[in-house]
Design a protein around this ligand. Sequence first.
Ligand SMILES: *Cc1c(COP(=O)(O)O)cnc(C)c1O
Length: 390
Amino acid sequence: MVTAVMPTYGRIDIAFENGEGSYLFDTNGEKYLDFATGIATNSLGHCHPHLVAAVQEQAAKLWHVSNLYNIPQQQRFADRLVENSFADTVFFCNSGAEAMEGCLKVARKYHFENGEPKREEIVCATGAFHGRTLTTLSAGDSEKYREGFGPRPDGFHHVAFGNLNEMRAAMSDKTAAILVEPIQGEGGINPASSAYLQSLRDIADEFNTLLIFDEVQCGMGRSGKLFAYETANVTPDIMGLAKGIGGGFPVGAVLATEKAASGMVPGTHGSTYGGNPLAMAAANAVLDVMLEKGFLSSVVKKGTKLKDDLVSLVEKHSTVLESVRGVGLMLGIKSVGPNLELMAAFRENKLLTVVAGENVVRVLPPLNVSEEEISEAVQKIDQTCSQVSS
Ligand SMILES: *Cc1c(COP(=O)(O)O)cnc(C)c1O
């Protein structure tokens, strides 16, 4: 008999009861160090006092009104994103897939309004993940995820991630946009080089098409900058955000330049929940912390320490760990044996991580993790590797 919860996930048999900072406690009282953060989503760990206070205060006042009315908390958050990014305007929604759908709509509408309605095609990258809706499955690279779900929204091409010749060759007068993740997450923690991202900007300009970055996972401080594109010194025309933006509260956002969003007039897009007062209280509170002086530089510092320590562990345990990749606090360990087994072994030692493509285990601590907690994780990984290899 089917379970009441539709069995779309192969779930790990643990249920958590409460969380505190970088730790989670399960229903048996076991304590775990959480370097999974709900897949890069609990960006400030669990129950951060500032987030809890902001959400509690808002919850007692007003949760939802719909976008039929002005929402001051949403206007404030949009102003702050605009002030701190390339964007001139922001649309709010509730998830990463919804954000990426919004990005695609903005791009196609731009060309339509610009007198080039045939520019509908999106050139994406191998290894890409953009969500699980029918259209974002077409944008992503996983054939397995698409299989069995009927007619596929077309207009998507894939070229090798990092390969500029292929990207250039894929351009035509039908291209609406180039879409990439500056750091691929699901695909296995693959950072694009700055030179690649800069060249994508040049190609997009040369061929009169738009550049979309999917920063659903790598955005909001993960890379050590507020947005990963800043590390490459390139700006997109359109960008999707979600995951870490609400610190665990469901929030998604489509950011765009004024030019790229020129087709998005009243009635062209919508989302009932998008940007409601409760979600915006969480998101504004997350941004309060991330914009504090020294916060992002501490992510860089801690990320460098963690990566250096992991590199040492790869040298020490070369029969278990193959390599380390990533930037900031978005790191991946490529496993020698099956990544799921390594993850399970980490979990036995009460360290939580996340699976990724290319046999990688993602290491995604809260961005406000302490140096002591990083040392604790490194010690757990060291210990696990010794156990696995013996
Ligand atoms: C997780 C993810 C998505 C999809 O986000 P959902 O909130 O699960 O819909 C899209 N793009 C990237 C890069 C992601 O990591």
